[in-house]
Design a protein around this ligand. Structure first.
Ligand SMILES: C[S@@+](CC[C@H](N)C(=O)[O-])C[C@H]1O[C@@H](n2cnc3c(N)ncnc32)[C@H](O)[C@@H]1O
Length: 255
């Protein structure tokens, strides 16, 4: 295992998508820009999220957690927790003897998570987590993979903090395979959602974040690469599935 980690510490950084020059000029500015966008849009995030998913976002996350075995007394880490949509469901499911920790680099999102009722929040990055090894039974990353700085480092960290037998569950949005579906999703996410967001929030930051969201989906690395990086990080049984054409799910186990 140490050999895998050593090999990884020498591996090149793998961003989930190329530099998006519309939003930042080069990779050295990416972290700051992403944090700024989430900080500035945090207060609108829940409303936009509900509108964008026609109110189904919470139900979908709850369904995914149930299917993947989250139950009472478990220790769960939610990485890229945002406003805590997923962490709040997990708090209910793990109960009084379980524990949920929610991690995010955006202070704005964490403030919102706290006011939404998330109990344990930590400011930090997936690529360098402030937790001892083998602390969690389950680790979730909900719609945050596209915003990570380095998939190699992030998955090595996920593997380190999970206990043996622990599960990584990654929820993502991905482009439909067929051209027509992909075309409609593009129109919906690049034009309709940002327009409605601007009207509802009156925030150009929130509007920009929505455009950025589509551009990260459009340019995200292929599932095969994500599965390969999970395996290289030491995970076993890495799998990818798609629901309703656009909801991607990746799972992997630390043995
Ligand atoms: C689209 S939000 C998802 C929020 C939430 N998980 C959900 O299900 O709605 C993505 C979150 O990932 C966070 N994020 C960005 N880069 C990150 C990193 N390197 N490590 C951990 N979280 C990150 C952002 O600050 C943002 O709050």
């Amino acid at each position: 295992m140490n050999q895998i980690k050593e090999k990884h510490s020498q591996q090149a950084r793998l961003t989930p998508h190329p530099v998006l020059k519309k939003y930042y000029p080069d990779v050295s500015c990416r972290r700051q820009r992403v944090d700024e966008m989430f900080d500035a849009s945090a207060r609108y995030y829940d409303r936009i999220n509900t509108m964008m998913s026609f109110g189904s976002g919470r139900l979908y996350r709850a369904w995914a957690l149930k299917r993947h075995g989250l139950g009472a007394n478990m220790q769960l880490l939610d990485v890229g927790c945002g406003t805590g949509v997923l962490a709040l469901i997990a708090q209910q499911k793990t109960g009084a003897n379980g524990n949920v920790i929610a991690l995010d680099p955006s202070i704005g999102m964490l403030r919102q998570a706290r006011s939404n009722g998330v109990v344990n929040i930590i400011n930090g990055l997936c690529e360098a987590m402030p937790f001892p090894a083998q602390q969690f039974d389950m680790l979730t990353i909900g719609y945050a993979l596209r915003h990570l700085d380095d998939l190699n480092a992030a998955f090595v960290e996920c593997h380190r903090v999970l206990d043996h037998g622990g599960k990584l569950l990654l929820l993502e949005l991905s482009k439909p395979k067929n051209k027509l579906g992909s075309y409609f999703l593009r129109i919906y996410m690049l034009i309709i959602i940002p327009m409605v967001t601007r009207v509802l929030s009156r925030s150009r930051h929130a509007q920009l974040l929505m455009r950025y969201t589509w551009d990260t989906i459009d340019n995200c690395v292929d599932p095969e690469i994500i599965l390969a990086v999970l395996q290289q990080a030491g995970f076993e049984s890495a799998k990818h599935g798609v629901f309703f054409g656009i909801f991607s799910e990746y799972t992997a186990i630390k043995t």
